[in-house]
Each structure stands twice: as C-alpha cells, then as structure tokens.
Design a protein around this ligand. Structure first.
Ligand SMILES: [Cu+2]
Length: 130
C-alpha cells in the first residue's frame, strides 16, 4: 500500500519553514554584525587645569559614543556620576571611554582627581538629546 501523500507534503512544508527560519537567523546575524561594525562617533575631550575643552558635549539618547580623553598638563580624572562611568587621564596618553546614554537631560561631567586649587569647580556639561 502506498503511503498517503499528505505526510510527505507536510514534511516538505516543514522543511521550507525550517529553511525560512534559518534564513531569518542568518539575516539577524548579519544585522548584528553590521551593528557591531557600525562606526562609533568619536568625541575628543581635552583637560587642563581647570577646564575641559569642549565644556559642553552633546549626545543623542541611546547613541553609543567613544570619548577620547587627554590632559595637557597634570593627571586628571573624567567622571560622569549620572552614568556611573569614570576614567583616569594620564599626560601623554589618550584614554578611551565608551558611553551610551540611556536617559535624556543635562548632566555634569567633572574631574575627580585632585589637580590643584581650581579642581573643585572643574566640570562640564553633558547634554543628552532625546
Ligand atoms: Cu581635578
């Protein structure tokens, strides 16, 4: 007796569905790779006693950026308490700090390594636009 046709057809459909899923998974992986390789905006911030240049940095909500930090004179720190990130900055080096702001608003960044009598007021503004 011949096997009924329905199960075979069913199997074919199942295979087609699997192939479709594999295609989706591959597309997802490609999208992931594309995201991983997307160029991250680089923002250079230079410190010297007792100012950061630029003093105001504008970011977009959710946009990953790479801060490149240098100091022109003495060891400094760069800290954004609201985003719980900080980095030491050593003269003659460039330190990088990744940041992906998850909230909009205006936040303070500051030097958190004592660098002299103006240290306490050495800060800048991080503006995150929604
Ligand atoms: Cu300081």
């Amino acid at each position: 007796m011949r096997p009924p046709l329905a199960p075979a057809a069913g199997r074919r459909q199942f295979c087609a569905r699997l192939a479709g899923l594999a295609g989706l998974a591959a597309a997802g992986a490609l999208a992931g790779d594309a995201l991983a390789q997307a160029p991250v905006r680089v923002i250079r911030i230079s410190a010297r006693r007792f100012v950061f240049t630029p003093g105001t940095v504008r970011l977009k909500l959710g946009e990953p950026v790479q801060l490149e930090l240098t100091t022109e004179d003495v060891p400094m720190g760069f800290s954004v308490p609201d985003f719980k990130v900080r980095q030491d900055i050593v003269p003659g080096t460039t330190q990088t700090l990744r940041l992906q702001p998850d909230k909009a608003g205006e936040f303070v960044f500051l030097c958190d390594v004592f660098c002299g009598s103006g240290h306490e007021t050495m800060n800048g503004s991080l503006v995150v636009e929604a």
